[in-house]
Design a protein around this ligand. Structure first.
Ligand code: ACO
Length: 429
């Protein structure tokens, strides 16, 4: 939305001024529209996108200073308390909360797609047993594009919808089978009638030998983790999905790219890194020495800090509550690892180093603890993040594809390499 404000760029070398319009969103800071800047023959320089909006979007809003996160306008606190993951999926994909009938149809649509093509199972078997499940996820999700040629026309809204449903439905199954293959367990199948989170626990932990009873408290905690991770506007992996999709690549390939990006420890790998850090620290007595290392910048305190939230990650506050519920349910409050985590949190929250830098626990600090308490192995933390974020990725992808002004993403650069020079034959070097 354009308003009357303009930004004028003046040069100190006598060149004409350049006036640029200021765009106003429904929430958040104004944005200078620099598209006309390219005509000046110069580029803007903003590595890490610290001051650059890469797109227009109507899906998620974050105010990092106020610690606010809204999906389609609804505060995350309300959704975490009153909604559930599948309803949030519908909301992110369609823009509005579903009626009872819409919800039923949506849920049925997801359920209908939750099995994996039998031939896909041989793909799992091509991996080493000890492969990281994220490596398996990148491969298997990318391979989905080889199974659905019939519905890969990205310009067809119906095809986009089916692909979105397939991805949301199949990701928990793929993640669970990656785990089972690693453990040497037989592949499992989804069980309709269970909720999305219950089904995931069932696919992860059931065996053919006995009935698996899902713990409702743990399933609810997992559902909340899914809800809190469902979207986070233009983060690194979502931007990766958008950039991949801007070339016209199919949605399965784009989501595989998003999964690859999410794998990094500064992004989705953080909750895995939290647990590894706790193992490294070992016990509460070693915390002061570890903190010295953090201040000397030898290592980071994983699960702390956020690029956008410089006050408090609102998801962290919700997850902290869930963390307490799960530790109580499982009687784990006195477990040495979880005691260590709580000691670390307390020390960091009171330490001037963290206060001055506005470093607070992020959602992954607590989600790592919850997942570990549920009995989910550390290597599965990022796959779980990936399956929850799939709806966000595919919603952004669909929003971008449906936009008639979409262009292929192509950033420019500030080149600081060698000047033009002539090739030197090897014997003269
Ligand atoms: N531990 C110790 N110091 C930190 C941490 C941390 N976790 N995070 C930032 N800092 C320090 C930096 O060293 C820097 O200090 P300085 O001013 O003395 O140089 C200052 O805080 C500012 O840090 P930046 O690097 O500018 O913060 P940025 O916004 O670029 O980084 C990031 C954000 C990548 C998340 C960072 O805080 C980090 O690596 N945290 C740990 C990993 C993590 O938990 N990631 C999860 C993010 S949430 C998510 O993906 C769902």
């Amino acid at each position: 939305m354009e308003n009357n404000r303009k930004v004028t760029l003046t040069y100190n070398d006598g060149k004409d001024n350049l006036e640029m319009p200021v765009l106003k969103g429904t929430l958040g800071p104004d944005v200078v529209d620099i598209r006309s800047f390219s005509k000046t023959g110069m580029f803007t320089f903003d590595p890490g996108f610290l001051a650059t909006a890469s797109c227009e979007s109507q899906i998620t809003f974050i105010d990092g200073d106020l610690g606010q996160l809204y999906y389609r306008g609804y505060p995350i606190e309300q959704l975490a308390e009153k909604s559930d993951y599948l309803e949030v999926c519908y909301l992110l994909l369609n823009g509005e909360l579903p009626t009872a009938e819409e919800r039923k149809v949506f849920e049925r649509g997801i359920m209908r797609h939750n099995m994996l093509h039998d031939q896909l199972m041989s793909l799992f078997k091509g991996f080493r047993r000890d492969a990281h499940p994220m490596a398996v996820m990148v491969g298997v999700v990318g391979a989905l594009s080889a199974f659905y040629h019939d519905s890969l026309d990205i310009n067809n809204p119906e095809h986009r919808k089916i692909s979105a449903h397939r991805l949301i439905a199949k990701l928990p199954n793929i993640a669970a089978q990656a785990y089972r293959y690693n453990k040497g367990l037989p592949f499992s199948y989804p069980k309709n009638g269970l909720t999305y989170a219950e089904n995931f626990l069932h696919m992860m932990f059931s065996t053919p030998c006995e009935e698996y009873k899902v713990n409702k408290t743990l399933a609810l905690a997992l559902d909340r983790i899914f809800t809190l991770h469902a979207d986070h506007e233009q983060n690194a992996s979502t931007s990766t999905v958008r950039l991949a999709g801007s070339s016209g690549a199919n949605p399965f390939a784009c989501i595989a790219a998003g999964i690859a990006c999410l794998w990094g420890p500064s992004h989705g790998g953080a909750n895995e890194a939290v647990l590894k850090m706790l193992d490294e620290i070992g016990s509460v007595e070693n915390v002061p020495a570890f903190m010295e290392g953090v201040k000397n910048k030898t290592h980071k305190l994983m699960g702390f800090g956020h690029r956008v939230y410089k006050n408090m990650d609102p998801r962290a506050a919700i997850m902290k509550e869930t963390c307490d519920e799960v530790l109580s349910e499982l009687g784990l409050h006195n477990d040495p690892k979880f005691k260590l985590a709580m000691a670390l949190e307390k020390i960091a929250l009171e330490d001037p180093y963290f206060i001055e830098r506005k470093l607070y626990p992020n959602v992954d600090f607590y989600s790592g603890i919850v997942l570990s308490a549920i009995g989910i192995p550390v290597s599965m933390f990022t796959p779980i993040f990936a399956l929850a974020r799939t709806v966000g990725w595919i919603s952004h992808w669909a929003e971008m594809i449906a936009d008639p002004t979409m262009k292929i993403g192509r950033p420019r650069q500030l080149y600081t390499g060698a000047q033009r020079r002539d090739y030197i034959p090897q014997e003269q070097r």
